[in-house]
Design a protein around this ligand. Structure first.
Ligand code: ATP
Length: 587
């Protein structure tokens, strides 16, 4: 047994709830699988052994449940259980497992399988388990033992509600075990799992070169960092993958889109006889994900090196014993994930090397001190020198690769913008500062033809922004075609429609201008009216003067007449101004 197994198995097999924290690759899966199998087999096989023996397990009842955060991990855990169950003696009743994860089968199919085959051990992800448990055919009252693998992840914001809901439906007198390499990050959430006086088991590493007092990384693992100019990031990655000695490597990319983009680039532009690439991310169908993982695990080629390009979907728990190199293109946004990523190598006392790339000329070097506080010692490894010929050659090939298909250019932009979003989400925001990031360098490293407009552009000094945002020679976007014929036809049609719309819009603008001119003409005519009114006023004054001169005795009467004139003038004025109002309303 490994130390964690020696400590945890006796406790968990008997009547203790356990919280187990042990370094990555130290054998935690068997540390709970054996107690689970012990409990289930005792329950299954003691039925015929006396009057006080428990009742046989009824249809639709489960005995054990293991919860894991990802489908890949759930599937891997099932294979560990199945590996042991293979050795059950033929004369014993069958004990079996059922995998409950999204999109492989429907919830209905899962329920049918469960009821028909009477599986006792359920292994699944929180969402599907919760849906499954809603069925009236599924009963939890016989459950004896529950395990949360990668418990800190299951108790963080993304899963906590579902996990607590699941645990609330399980019998109170069950045994519960929480397992992870970083359980302390779960904090107070542990108390929401309904455990009774849990015993804490902690297994530390002894290698002072890797860990400080907290001993959270295995001794067989060396963790390095590399300071790299942003512009050289991808070229450095290629240099590492081609020049270093290793059998299998896992490379962590920031987002699903960046895996998609760089997988296509590497697969098409790098020597296929030297490196074999696999891509695994959350946007792929479950079946494809599990198949890729299986293919990468079973790739035993002696000719080429294999590289799994992935995201944090493969950061925790995944056990591929031959992986001897892990590269993180960028540190994870959540510092707890850093150790899990590194821990995909250096497992079960095998030697492994993990490298994280940090950007030069930023504050990212502070990440080393930040990690030291968390118990990990990172030592520096010099960045590879990039031969000039290789740089020119690769960049030319990448530009041509993008120019051959507009869809590739669009994917490159999506990958870059996605990366910037990822960068802004770093928990340690004082280290990963948007203000001091080298946007242009990273855009060049991603092979972008043009810098996209995004909110972060405000951090780039104006004098550094190239003309039109072009990072090389400008490209005629109207004639930049998709390789996919159908897509290209639609684009050309849309382009024509856009052009037509532009012409129509210009026409409309012209017409509107005309209308505006008519309005100004009206203003002009208004001015003429004013002049006319003044002329009339002058005339009236003259008449008044004449009348006054003619008969001063008729003064009162004349005054009355004048009042009439003024009144009628006023009336005219209101009519004419309301007429004017009408004409304005028409505009
Ligand atoms: N007693 C043992 N002797 C030798 N190898 C073992 C033993 N127990 C487990 N292993 C092997 O060690 C490897 C790591 O085990 P496991 O995946 O359970 O690690 P873990 O502690 O769960 O890691 P992580 O924290 O990364 O999930 C596996 O390949 C497993 O087969």
């Amino acid at each position: 047994m490994t130390p964690v197994q020696a400590s945890a198995i006796p406790l968990f097999s008997q009547n203790k709830d356990v919280v187990v924290e042990a370094v990555t690759g130290s054998g935690k899966t068997l540390a709970y699988a054996i107690p689970v199998l012990q409990k289930v087999s005792t329950r299954m096989y003691s039925v015929s052994e006396g009057d006080d023996a428990p009742e046989p397990v009824k249809k639709g009842h489960m005995l054990a449940m293991v919860i894991a955060p990802t489908r890949e991990l759930a599937s891997q855990i099932q294979s560990v259980f199945d590996l042991i169950l293979k050795y059950l003696p033929d004369d014993k009743k069958n004990i079996s497992t059922q995998l409950l994860v999204g999109s492989l089968t429907s919830v209905r199919q899962d329920i049918e399988l469960f009821v028909d085959n009477r599986h006792q051990i359920l292994i699944g992800t929180p969402g599907r388990l919760l849906d499954f448990m809603k069925s009236k055919y599924v009963h939890t009252s016989s459950l004896e033992i529950a395990v949360l693998d990668e418990a800190d992840k299951l108790l963080d914001l993304s899963f906590e509600t579902d996990v607590v809901l699941i645990l609330k439906q399980l019998p109170k007198q069950r045994r519960t075990g929480l397992f992870s390499a970083t359980i302390s990050t779960a904090g107070d959430s542990i108390f929401r799992t309904g455990m009774n006086n849990p015993v804490k088991v902690v297994v530390k590493s002894k290698n002072p070169a890797v860990t400080t007092g907290s001993g959270s990384a295995p001794a067989s693992l060396s963790i390095k960092y590399m300071m790299i100019n942003s512009e050289d990031k991808i070229l450095s990655l290629i240099e590492l993958l081609t020049q270093y000695h290793y059998k299998k490597a896992i490379v962590y990319f920031p987002t699903c889109t960046s895996v998609k983009y760089f997988y296509n680039v590497f697969h098409n532009l790098l020597l296929k006889n030297l490196l074999l690439f696999y891509s695994l991310h959350g946007q792929l169908q479950t079946k494809a994900r599990l198949k890729t993982l299986e293919a990468f695990t079973n790739d035993n080629s002696l000719v080429n090196k294999s590289v799994l390009m992935t995201t944090d979907v493969a950061a925790r728990g995944i056990d591929i014993p031959d992986v001897d190199l892990v590269i993180q293109l960028d540190p994870p946004t959540d510092p707890a994930v850093f150790l899990h990523r590194c821990g995909r190598t250096g497992r079960a006392n095998k030697v492994g090397r993990a490298i994280v790339m940090l950007n030069n000329n930023t504050r990212e070097e502070d990440y080393i001190g930040f990690m030291e506080v968390k118990g990990l010692i990172l030592s520096e490894e010099t960045a590879p020198k990039i031969p000039k010929d290789f740089r020119i050659n690769f960049n030319t090939k990448l530009r041509q690769y993008l120019l051959d298909d507009r869809a590739r250019h669009e994917l490159s932009i999506k990958a870059y913008v996605g990366f910037m979003k990822y960068y802004s989400k770093h928990v340690a925001s004082s280290i990963f500062r948007l203000q001091s990031f080298d946007y242009l360098g990273m855009a060049k490293s991603y092979g972008l033809l043009r810098l996209p407009k995004m909110p972060e552009t405000k951090y780039i000094p104006n004098e550094l922004i190239p003309e039109g945002g072009w990072l090389g020679d400008p490209v005629d976007l109207d004639n930049y075609a998709y390789a996919d014929k159908q897509k290209e036809t639609v684009r050309v049609e849309n382009l024509e429609a856009d052009k037509l719309k532009m012409i129509n819009d210009a026409k409309k603008r012209k017409e509107l201008k005309k209308k505006n001119e008519a309005w100004s003409t009206k203003v002009e005519s208004k001015e003429t009216k004013q002049e006319r009114r003044e002329k009339m006023k002058r005339k009236r004054d003259a008449i008044e003067k004449q009348i006054l001169e003619k008969d001063s005795s008729d003064e009162e009467e004349v005054k009355e007449d004048w009042k009439d004139i003024v009144r009628s003038n006023k009336k005219k004025k209101t009519t004419s101004s309301s007429g004017m109002q009408g004409s304005f309303d028409d505009l």
